[in-house]
Design a binder for this molecule. Structure first.
Ligand code: NCD
Ligand code: ZN
Length: 345
């Protein structure tokens, strides 16, 4: 198969940032994707529906003229998010999910949740409304090894949460382990998981290949090869609980190449090509459409896209960097090539 046409895909986990950074990156996603679930970890975070509506307006204003891209907004859950805020979010029609960051787990997670048990009324409101809870599934306990933080979160927090809220829809974002794959599979139709291109393509050796590679550092951190293989198996399985979420997370070059570098891989410009490489290697290109353009929309109760994109098997160079808010952002595989080119229609 040298060309493949699929419905226009959706990115179910994306960081667009704000201001000049937003203006630098949003067109990269909008060129390929129909919609994206936009993460609320701005500084300050998007904690109210009013802030989400205003952020959505800024995203729409930053789009190139004539683009039909739709941002699907999320709220940042805090220890004080009231059930009423969920009602407002549902009524708005533009907020599609709520994001749980355990306090301190990742970029701009300092305002995140410290006492999940105390949020039962708010989470009940979500369950009743059918609004998914998206989790950054890592414990922040410094005594837990960084490579075990996802598996421990699933046991300590995600499983009890599902037991307390039998109708809550839950997404394990950016899954990185075989344990996450098993957890999502066992969770029935109300539990899903997103998978990033970097976790499908790289294992943790990539962080240390010939020296420290800050552009391979993201959270949750890359894991060992057996976990990567479990994720690839899940992505190409054709099971509706696994779908595309890039977690494209741009940081300025100097914030990554630093003594204490930020977490996040930037993949928005070539994400679909990266996924196509994985599906192609597995002889599963015929399953890319459901993973990229079907299952995510179904889970969120959205109509599937009606227009299409075509992938052509053709090497395409990856630039060394892209302009980013007066500086630059280094994409995953900078200076290399991807095996597919995306063309419209
Ligand atoms: C994300 C970011 O930079 O906002 N970073 C990352 O490594 N994935 C936050 C997140 O999703 O953890
Ligand atoms: Zn993310």
């Amino acid at each position: 198969m040298d060309s493949l046409t699929i419905p226009r895909p959706d990115d179910m986990h994306l960081h667009l940032r704000d201001g000049a950074a937003l203006a630098s990156v949003v067109a990269h996603t909008a060129a390929t994707f129909a919609r994206a679930v936009v993460m609320p970890n701005l500084k300050p975070p998007v904690t109210t529906t009013a802030q989400a509506v205003a952020y959505r307006d800024r995203i729409l204003a930053a789009l190139p003229a004539g683009t039909r891209f739709q941002p699907l907004m999320t709220l940042y859950l805090t220890d004080t998010t009231p059930p009423d805020e969920i009602a407002r979010a549902v009524d708005s029609g533009v907020v599609h999910a709520v994001k749980l960051y355990p306090a301190g787990a990742t970029t701009h997670a300092d305002a995140g949740v410290q006492h999940l048990d105390a949020l039962d009324a708010t989470i009940d409101a979500m369950a009743r409304a059918g609004m998914p809870l998206l989790v950054h599934g890592e414990v922040t306990d410094g005594e837990v090894d960084i490579f075990d933080r996802e598996a421990v979160f699933l046991e300590r927090f995600a499983a009890p949460l599902l037991a307390r809220h039998p109708s809550l829809k839950l997404v394990i974002e950016h899954m990185t382990t075989a344990q996450a794959v098993a957890f999502v599979r066992a969770g029935g139709p109300r539990v899903a998981g997103t998978i990033t291109p970097q976790h499908l393509l790289l294992n943790r050796n990539a962080i240390f290949a010939g020296g420290l590679r800050p552009h391979h550092y993201c959270l949750p951190v890359l894991k060992r090869e057996t976990h990567r293989q479990a994720l690839v198996g899940a992505a190409v399985s054709g099971e509706p609980c696994f779908f595309l979420g890039t977690d494209s997370a741009p940081h300025a070059r100097d914030a990554k190449e630093a003594a204490c570098g930020c977490a996040g891989c930037y993949t928005a410009p070539h994400a679909l090509a990266l996924y196509a490489e994985v599906f192609d290697q597995q002889g599963a290109l015929d399953r890319l459409a459901d993973f990229a353009s079907g299952f995510g929309a179904d889970f969120y109760g959205l109509p599937r896209a009606t227009d299409a994109v075509t992938l052509v098997r053709e090497p395409a160079p990856v630039p060394e960097a892209f302009p980013f808010a007066g500086g630059e952002v280094v994409p995953l595989r900078a200076g290399g090539t991807v095996g597919w080119r995306v063309v419209d229609g």
